[in-house]
Design a protein around this ligand. Structure first.
Ligand SMILES: Cc1cc2nc3c(=O)[nH]c(=O)nc-3n(C[C@H](O)[C@H](O)[C@H](O)COP(=O)(O)O)c2cc1C
Length: 334
């Protein structure tokens, strides 16, 4: 059976979202948190990182993700997270492609500098924790990723997550699976795959092409269809002849209506909305809900026009009423 992990999506998959998702949908074995910055001991107060607090992460194991480039700060931050919260596994973000991050040589911006990458990994691996890296193919060229893979092979990493795009692509275009194949032939660590698994068919194709990959990190696909992990687990258990995971249903109409999936989505959504509002207030949660609706719209096969008519609504009450109307109607326009 594959392992399915929830991907870090900064601004979206924080603990409120994760907990609602895990209350209503199953199939997840672990999650990686959206990144937090590493810091030196004097500046650290990890108690303020509520997203990582154990009391906010009781259902599925969370691996904190760290962002930074100064080797000594990794030991300080991991020690603090271990002492305060008990964490023993840490992931390093070497893949974020956003311009303000890249400009500071953080995230994917460090990939063209293998010596600096190696300095961080060497320092982190001297600590008594399991350390892993999440990277892309490279910032500007897959050669960068190959060189980093050769460096990473010299250290006892727990795993490497690969999103097979270049940093300069951000999320545009398609992943380069030929380049991934080459990277896999060099990298000697267990690999976790991340990228563009939006439906069961994507998993089927990729798991056939890359049988050595056993763990799948799902991000935007879960936001588009929160039951995607269940579908993959059911498919895999049927294929392996394992009973006990029987959520798979490949008939779209049955899936959408007869199988109670709309009802379940509505319950999940209501829970999420109330949870966000309790934490951020109605106005504060509106922007997060709107961001999420870019993805949820796929679940309902909304047209661009339907999504647009929802996103332009300025007030929480009117937005909520419109979302409810859309949810209760297969084709209705606002
Ligand atoms: C809005 C957004 C925020 C993201 N935040 C993070 C992050 O904090 N850390 C990280 O390693 N990757 C981050 N990613 C990348 C995802 O974890 C994932 O690797 C990428 O979206 C490809 O996988 P997917 O197609 O399953 O979403 C983010 C992606 C998006 C779209």
């Amino acid at each position: 059976m594959p392992e399915i992990w929830l991907a870090p999506l900064h601004g979206l998959t924080h603990y409120h979202f994760r907990n609602c998702l895990f209350r209503h949908y199953s199939g997840f074995n672990a999650a990686i948190s959206p990144f937090v910055p590493v810091q030196e001991t004097a500046k650290l107060n990890v108690r303020k990182w509520k997203d990582l607090a154990p009391e906010n992460n009781t259902s599925v194991e969370l691996i904190p993700q760290l962002m930074g480039i100064i080797p000594a700060h990794f030991g300080d931050t991991m020690n603090a997270l271990h002492q305060e919260f008990g964490y023993t596994r840490f992931n390093w973000n070497l893949g974020c492609p956003m311009a303000p991050i890249v400009r500071k040589r953080r995230g994917c911006g460090l990939m063209p500098f293998p010596d600096e990458v190696e300095a961080v990994v060497a320092a982190a691996c001297r600590q008594p924790y399991r350390f892993s890296v999440k990277m892309r193919l490279g910032m500007h060229s897959p050669e960068e990723g190959l060189e980093i893979a050769r460096r990473l092979n010299q250290y006892p990493l727990e795993f490497v997550v690969i999103h097979p795009r270049l940093g300069e692509q951000q999320y545009a275009g398609v992943p380069d699976w030929n380049a991934l194949e080459e990277l896999l032939s060099v990298l000697q660590h267990p690999v976790i795959y991340s990228g563009d698994v939006f439906q069961l068919a994507d998993y089927e194709i990729l798991s056939t092409r890359f049988p050595q990959i056993k763990t799948w990190l799902l991000g935007r696909g879960v936001l588009r269809n929160p039951r995607l992990a269940e579908e993959i687990q059911s498919f895999a258990s049927e294929k392996d002849g394992v009973s006990g995971f029987n959520n798979f249903c490949d008939d779209k109409e049955v899936l959408r209506v007869g199988n109670g999936e709309i009802v379940r989505f509505n319950e999940f959504y209501e829970d999420l909305k109330q949870t966000l509002e309790a934490y951020r207030g109605a106005n504060g949660s509106l922007s997060v809900l709107k961001e999420l609706w870019h993805y949820f719209a796929h679940f309902f096969h909304f047209t661009d026009e339907q999504l647009h008519s929802l996103l332009v609504i300025p007030t929480p009450d009117a937005f909520d009423a419109a979302a409810k109307k859309l949810l209760s109607s297969e084709t209705g326009k606002l």
